[in-house]
Each structure stands twice: as structure tokens, then as C-alpha cells.
Design a binder for this molecule. Structure first.
Ligand code: NAD
Ligand code: UGA
Length: 462
């Protein structure tokens, strides 16, 4: 039987956009996204979506009300569905065994328990969240132990590879769709049912089917390899600054080797986002659990280098500003973890701003998409006391307001609009000597120098 009704538990950065795309591409399937967060659901039903993604508004509008629905009625959505995506958060555990490393699977488990309680008949359960390898067997055990006699389930793994900021393009034309299932007749039929959904718009040869464990593990490994590339180029950025080499030139030279490839070689102040660190920690924990301490140590270094890169950048600023930023105004350009998103989770900007505030700098932050409340909350959660935020933090509506009377400017997110700033105006607004610290190599260092700025660019140096 082809799938007629889908539900997705979790209306976050993954659940909302992926289901909107499925609904847009499969008008014959009813898609319901369910979440207990009433505010989030109301936003998905409004003109102001809770997730900023270029092109997402149009995708949602094309299907919402037709075959795309957002609801807080989780039980109703489960009951009506033939296939259920589980797209809930899997943050790093902050307590007990594995604290700071293992994935916290309580949301996945509670979703599985609710599915078991509500379901009748046959349903396909799809892990869309990023989870440790072998989680499918835990879900199977919970479903088997808690469901009524007439309910039957197949559990599949279908990890999501979209990146924020390019989510719509990534979902329209993914490099691959990965589906893991059991090699039983029921498992194969479930895999085929999910393949048929994606085949509405994705060529069959891009839909990869594997066993459950390969699929679960591939997601963690993909993120680990991507993060490793960034730490690798960031380690080289420090060497470039010390030697007079230019990291962008090195990246171009090595990236033209078809075995290395050009992508993900942009030096930065470090990777951020909700997943790279979490998934690396999860991989490290898995390796330790399977008694592979050398493998765990290898991947731990990727995180270590990333933390070092963020701290190194702050140190550059403090040293250049004559060893003190106390009372000095520093304009911060960009707070999101990358351009084209309003997401700040694990943004390297939080680390940099926290450390500058600890040095008693006065920060004037401008980000085109992140609101003042989010910035304040993130810095408070990073441990900055409210009094310091009251006295030393200003959120600005435009970059020129942030730069006014600033001793220095630090670019922390690579927003395109920073490439076309009026440098003469910025220079006139700032105190002299006017310092620029470009943590993303987003500004032209040649133009900055020509305008009189003292410039530090990541991977190029002063
Ligand atoms: P998120 O925190 O934005 O959203 C998760 C949502 O799940 C929340 O709104 C929460 O209220 C809801 N939820 C929790 N328990 C629920 C339940 N029982 N029923 C219904 N809703 C429930 O998280 P996210 O960024 O969308 O990530 C979800 C998963 O996808 C994670 O495992 C993450 O690692 C993975 N992932 C994320 C990205 C990304 O770009 N953010 C990309 C690929 C994979
Ligand atoms: C990443 C992966 O790219 C997705 O495939 C994956 O699905 C997702 O994680 C996830 O599992 O959540 P995302 O974190 O949204 O996506 O964004 P990326 O484009 O990967 O950027 C992550 C961080 O690395 C950003 O802070 C970015 O600025 C930084 N980065 C990226 C660099 O510093 N240099 C680069 O060359 C590329």
C-alpha cells in the first residue's frame, strides 16, 4: 500500500522544512507536523515562520492548508499516520552517565513510547533525528513492549543531511538520500515505501539503501568528516599567519586536487551550529563505549582544535589592542553560526563575545537576522552576569551604528552584506587606529588596508 498519510514528531529546523518539502513534492500525501511547543506550531501556521531559510516561505505556502498541516495534537497526528518521522532534538547529555558527551535520547524515547501507546494497525517509524548507532533496536524494544496486540511496526533510519542556510536547495537536490532498514520482507517493504516518497522528485540512483546500523553511523561519520576538514584548514590558518602564506590560496591549491576537492576548506573562527560538536562528542563517546580509546582521541582533537581557534582569535584582538580591551568598544559584525540563518546554537560568536566581555570590552553587536533577545540570552547562558550585559552590551540595528566610536571591528559571520560595506564611512566613524579583525575572511583585506585600517584576517595575519 502506498503511503497516504505522514506525520512528523518535532517541528524544529529539520522537521518543519523537510516535511514542507515532502508535502510540496507529494500532493497526494497528507503531511502533518506535530510538536508540543504551541508557540512554534503557531509560528509555522503564520506568515512569520520560526526558521529563517532562503526560499522556505514559498515552499510552505505552496502546500500549507492543502496537504501540509502543523498541529499540537500529537496523538491525533500519530493515530492518522501510516509513516511517522521522529525528528526531535538529540542534544548532548548534560547530566549523569556520559554527561557532556553522550546523546540525550529522552525525547526519542518519549516519542517512541507515545507512538506505542497511540498506534493501531501497521506503521513505519523513521528515525530522522541524528542518533547513536543501534538506537533503532532501542526503539524497536520500546515499541514491542508497550503497544497493543493489533499494532505492528517497522523501524527505518533516514538521517537528514541538509545544512542550514541552504536547506531548501539541499532538499530539492540532495547529494543522496540514505535509508537503512532490516533485511526482512517487512523491512524491505518499508524501505520501498519510503523510497517511493522521495522518488517523487529525487532520481532513484541518488537514493541509497543500506542496513540500519550503516545508515545510523553514516550520519555521525559524515558530520565528523566535515568538521574534521574545517579543523584541518583552521590548523593551517595559524601556520599561514606565522609564515606569510595565505590560507585561501593554500585551500585553492589543495582543493584543485580532485582527491581533496574544493568544498569545506574555508578557514574561520571555528565551526558552530547545533550538530558538529554534538555529533563529534557522540562519536567519541561511542568509540569509548566500544573500547576504542585511540579512535576516540583522534576525533576529540577535532573539537579541541575548534575551541583553540576561537580562543586564539580573541587573544589576537586583545594583544593587538595594546593588551587591554577594558572599556573599549568593539563592533561585532554577525552573531549567527553561519550566514543565511537566524540560528545561533553553538555559534563561535558566542565564545568570542563571552571572552571579550570577560575582558570587560564594550560590545556593539549587529546581525541582520538574529534578534536582541536571542543574543542576550545566549551570552547570559554562556555565563555573562546580567549586570555586565546591561552595562557592556549594545545591540545595533545597522553596522554603521555598531562601528560608531569603536576601537575595533570583528567580523564573526560571513553575511554577504558585509562584502559591500562603505569602508570610508566605517573608517570615519571609528576611533584611530581603527582595527579590523576578520574571522571569516569576508572583507577585502586589500581594500581595508587601502582605507587605512589595521587589519587582521584569519589565515593571513596582520
Ligand atoms: P529542534 O530542537 O529545532 O527541534 C526539535 C523539536 O522536537 C522541538 O520543537 C521539540 O519541542 C520537539 N519535540 C521533542 N519531543 C517531542 C515529541 N515527543 N513529540 C513532538 N515533538 C517533540 O531540533 P532540530 O535542529 O530540528 O534537530 C532535530 C534532529 O535533527 C537532531 O537530532 C539533529 O541532530 C538532527 N539534524 C539537525 C540538522 C539541523 O540543521 N538543525 C540537520 C540534520 C540533522
Ligand atoms: C552541517 C552539515 O553540513 C549538514 O550536512 C548536516 O546535516 C548538519 O550539519 C547537521 O547534521 O545538523 P550546518 O551545521 O547547518 O550543517 O552548516 P554547515 O554549512 O555545515 O556549517 C557548519 C559550521 O562550519 C558553520 O559555523 C560554518 O561557518 C563552518 N564552516 C563551514 C567553516 O568554518 N568553513 C567551511 O569551509 C564550512
Amino acid at each position: 500500500m502506498p503511503i497516504q498519510s505522514i506525520c512528523c514528531l518535532g517541528a524544529g529546523y529539520v522537521g518543519g522544512p523537510t516535511m514542507a518539502m515532502i508535502a510540496a513534492k507529494c500532493p497526494d500525501i497528507q503531511v502533518t507536523v506535530a510538536d508540543m511547543n504551541g508557540e512554534r506550531i503557531a509560528a509555522w501556521n503564520s506568515d512569520c515562520l520560526p526558521v529563517y531559510e532562503p526560499g522556505l516561505d514559498a515552499v510552505v505556502q505552496s502546500a500549507r492548508g492543502r496537504n501540509l498541516h502543523f498541529t499540537t495534537d500529537i496523538r491525533g497526528a500519530i493515530a492518522a499516520a501510516d509513516l511517522i518521522f521522529v525528528s526531535v532534538g538529540t542534544p548532548t547529555k548534560s547530566y549523569g552517565i556520559g554527561a557532556g558527551r553522550a546523546a540525550d535520547l529522552r525525547y526519542v524515547e518519549s516519542a517512541a513510547r507515545l507512538i506505542a501507546e497511540v498506534s493501531k494497525g501497521h506503521k513505519i517509524i523513521v528515525e530522522k533525528s541524528t542518533i547513536p548507532v543501534k538506537t533503532a533496536s532501542a526503539i524497536q524494544a520500546i515499541l514491542a513492549a508497550n503497544s497493543s496486540a493489533e499494532a505492528t511496526f517497522e523501524v527505518l533510519s533516514n538521517p537528514e543531511f541538509l545544512a542550514e542556510g541552504t536547506a531548501v536547495a539541499d532538499m530539492e537536490a540532495p547529494d543522496r538520500i540514505l535509508i537503512g532498514g532490516e533485511p526482512t520482507a517487512g523491512g524491505k517493504a518499508a524501505v520501498e515505501a519510503l523510497v517511493a516518497i522521495y522518488a517523487h522528485w529525487i532520481p532513484r540512483e541518488r537514493i541509497l539503501t543500506t542496513n540500519l546500523w550503516s545508515s545510523e553511523l553514516s550520519k555521525l561519520v559524515a558530520n565528523a568528516f566535515l568538521a574534521q576538514r574545517i579543523s584541518s584548514i583552521n590548523s593551517i590558518s595559524a601556520l599561514c599567519e606565522a609564515t606569510g602564506a595565505d590560507v585561501d590560496e593554500v585551500a585553492r591549491a589543495i582543493g584543485m586536487d580532485s582527491r581533496i576537492g574544493p568544498k569545506f576548506l574555508k578557514a574561520s573562527i571555528g565551526f558552530g551550529g547545533s550538530c558538529f560538536q554534538k555529533d563529534l562528542l557522540n562519536l567519541v563517546y561511542l568509540c569509548e563505549s566500544f573500547h576504542l580509546p585511540d579512535v576516540a582521541e583522534y576525533w576529540r582533537q577535532v573539537i579541541h582544535l575548534n575551541d583553540w581557534q576561537k580562543s586564539r582569535f580573541v587573544e589576537k584582538i586583545v594583544r593587538a589592542l595594546f593588551n587591554t580591551v577594558n572599556g573599549k568598544r568593539v563592533a561585532i559584525f554577525g552573531f549567527a553560526f553561519k550566514k543565511d540563518t537566524n540560528d545561533t546554537r553553538e555559534s563561535p560568536a558566542i565564545h568570542v563575545c563571552r571572552d571579550l566581555l570577560r575582558e570587560h570590552a564594550r560590545l556593539a553587536i549587529y546581525d541582520p537576522r538574529v534578534d536582541a533577545a536571542t543574543i542576550r540570552r545566549d551570552l547570559a547562558e554562556a555565563g555573562i552576569p546580567a549586570e555586565l550585559l546591561d552595562s557592556n552590551l549594545e545591540i545595533c540595528a545597522d553596522p554603521y551604528a555598531a562601528a560608531a566610536s569603536a576601537h575595533a571591528l570583528a567580523a564573526l559571520t560571513e553575511w554577504d552584506e558585509f562584502r559591500s560595506l562603505d569602508l570610508s564611512r566605517l573608517y570615519d566613524l571609528m576611533l584611530k587606529p581603527a582595527f579590523v579583525f576578520d574571522g571569516r575572511a569576508v572583507l577585502s583585506s586589500e581594500s581595508l588596508k587601502a582605507h587605512g585600517f589595521n587589519t587582521f584576517t584569519i589565515g593571513q595575519g596582520f
